[in-house]
Write a protein that binds this ligand. Sequence first.
Ligand SMILES: Cc1cc2nc3c(=O)[nH]c(=O)nc-3n(C[C@H](O)[C@H](O)[C@H](O)COP(=O)(O)O)c2cc1C
Length: 193
Amino acid sequence: MPESKNKTPRIAIGITGSSGAVYAMDFIKRYPYDKFLIMSKWGKAVMKDELKMPDPEKKLKPLVNKIFADTDLTAPLASGTNELDAFVIIPATTSTIGKIASGIGDTLITRTAAVCMKERYKMVICVRETPLSTITLEQCALLSREGVIIMPISPPLYFVPKTVDEYVKGFTDKVLQHCGVKTGTGWRAEELE
Ligand SMILES: Cc1cc2nc3c(=O)[nH]c(=O)nc-3n(C[C@H](O)[C@H](O)[C@H](O)COP(=O)(O)O)c2cc1C
């Protein structure tokens, strides 16, 4: 976790319109520090559909410090003067990745990403699409070279999950780890004690 002026770690979370809303929900529930949420229009639509959640804002409001509208470019996240420990986009669409890789910042999610890139704040992009086009692969490579952590939503199976929740957790554990949260589920971790 990079050194921050804030006492409590502070992250922004972006939800975009990819399949995999369940990963966003699990990550939000389990990230223990300050968290500010932005949902794209299609992020909300997929949440409604996949999680049978008629009003995602109402459901998520109690789980985060604040929700900002993706259309609100006056929000504090749109400025590099407000330091962030990380920005996690989960799940991330190829459309949002394309915009970020091109330097477009016309929504709060893409603007926050542009801020994180210029300020060198940590950014984690959990891309969900398959197969991936050469364009997206090249855009991911470009972002990776800029220091962005590209995490395709690809849960491990070596812990042999027995439920969907366990399967989802296998992936969100790794995202939490990248945000400085210890999850305590390393492979044969006891052998390192
Ligand atoms: C039900 C549904 C599922 C989708 N799943 C994906 C997906 O897994 N990956 C992806 O890149 N786009 C997916 N899309 C397309 C994006 O939502 C679409 O490109 C949208 O414009 C993205 O906008 P956003 O990045 O601002 O959320 C899906 C759309 C719908 C309606």
